[in-house]
Write a protein that binds this ligand. Sequence first.
Ligand SMILES: [Zn+2]
Length: 405
Amino acid sequence: MPKAILHDKVGGVTALPAETGQSLVDLLRLAGVPLNSVMTRLNGELVSEDSVLLGADDVVEVFQVRHYDMGVTRAPSQRKYAAVKPVYTKSVLFDDKGDLEVRSEQFDRDTFPQFVETVFVESVTSGQTIRDGDRIVLGLSGGRDSIALLKLLERTRDRLPDFSTIALTVTGLPDWEESATFQAAVDACRRLDIEHVISTAEDVQEVFGLKVPFVEAMTRVVASDRASSTMVIGHQVLRRMIEITAVRRGVTDVAWGFNADDLLASLVTWWMSGFRMGSLPVRQLGDFRYTFPLYRITKKELTLYLELTAPEWNRQGAPGRFTTGPDERSMSYAIADHLLGLWPGADYYAFNAFANMQRYMEPIASELCDICGGAFIPQAGYPGPKNLCDVCDVFSRMELVRARR
Ligand SMILES: [Zn+2]
């Protein structure tokens, strides 16, 4: 058997489990030791970790290169409140004057839905995502998150502020019409007595001034070198159609079904791009007040919640060609997921930090798109299009837009 020893920077020496035939990269990963944190000797010789498969008699010595306590992620101090037959454990890292402790609470099938509902009600109230007397247009993609949001509204209504809702679903792309989830949205709206408005592909073609049907325009985008914009376009088309519905009804509040990790992933994207981004969980842009009522609930929690309260709604196919994002989106989600594992409750910290930062930032300036009329945030130092949102820019560069109005 090979031997592996970690010399850490707080004076500790730890044997790491090693197996013959194992790669050194895997050995370190399983031990929670980042490659960037160590220098490695194999049988006394310096090695690049990715070049080694362990032989039966090998001796590996791993030296931590910087002075910090790797134990905070490898073996954090923990307090656990256990349940019998748990289906979920909620963990949050607490910081008491620099001392860290992960506190975890387990939930079983019966207590988990109540937990999610309590988090929802408390976050709606403290985040002011829904206020007394609000009239809200809710974007219903028909996907699981929007269905979960409806389910939560249905089950917690008596504990929420008094508000009214109109739901809007945009149809017109094959991927967007999953009959099962679409029907679930229709049924849920009926039970909640929510008016459900449908925007069609013809409406989209009109608003974005397209000279070809929407599905044809999107098919061309997917086949072009701008395919990475497909999801952004889908989101923004939904957003603009919701706004137009809102304007027609004299409503200025727009609620989105984005969850905690959607928003954390967008912070990762923001961190790596520096693009200007509106505040969380409420953002004012142009005439509209956008809110994210699910900002405290993760995708995993929403999925489990639906599985336990309405499993028939939890079926969703693989994404199609119009709803598949680029690699950089996958990267942001993967980093957000890893981050939540390493730093439980990272979303709480990041959202508070982002809210703090909004206070010392210049007020956000938005402009209106010449074609679709939507508000957008011009990016400083970025040679963007004049007077066009990102989506109308793509469509017009591809010559998919009728003569400018
Ligand atoms: Zn536009």
